[in-house]
Design a protein around this ligand. Sequence first.
Ligand code: NI
Length: 186
Amino acid sequence: MSILKIARMGHPVLLDQAKPINPSDIASNADLQKLIGDMIETLNDAGGVGLAAPQVYAGQRVILAKAPQLSGSDEDKMGVTVLINPELEFIGPDKDLGWEGCLSIPGLRGAVPRARKLIYRGYDPAGQSVEAEAQGFFARILQHEVDHLDGILYPMRMTDFRYFGFDEELARLEREAASGAEGQAE
Ligand code: NI
């Protein structure tokens, strides 16, 4: 396995529509299996929570999403969900505004409205069909990654650009807000 280069915003590969994979080929496709292994290694190396194939210059409908496993929420216990040809069906009208970053947009963060709850369908790396429910942060990651397959980056989903900025600056604001709250408590 190897660590792959991650495309950054501005590269046209991130705006392309990724192509579906024939489900009957998934298990026997050595190139696809290698891509999935390399994507997992790349994601772990980069320290992200999700990755889509177009981010590593592969125009195929493959995404990774890290979800806290039932055993605990420590980052090292987060399992990687691999989904091929993912499809999302939103449950209900509720949306949440939440912070997102992207390995293709390093150093920045933005608040993005996303559906709170959804059903995801697709195939696992063994070619088995998958259907499950997701909500909260995991549902957010899935929406972010599926968007990558359709050439959509999270800033294109933003509705209020006041909540868009550099990680370091936003961290400063959070620290100031935290110390302000402490001051009020005293
Ligand atoms: Ni991303």
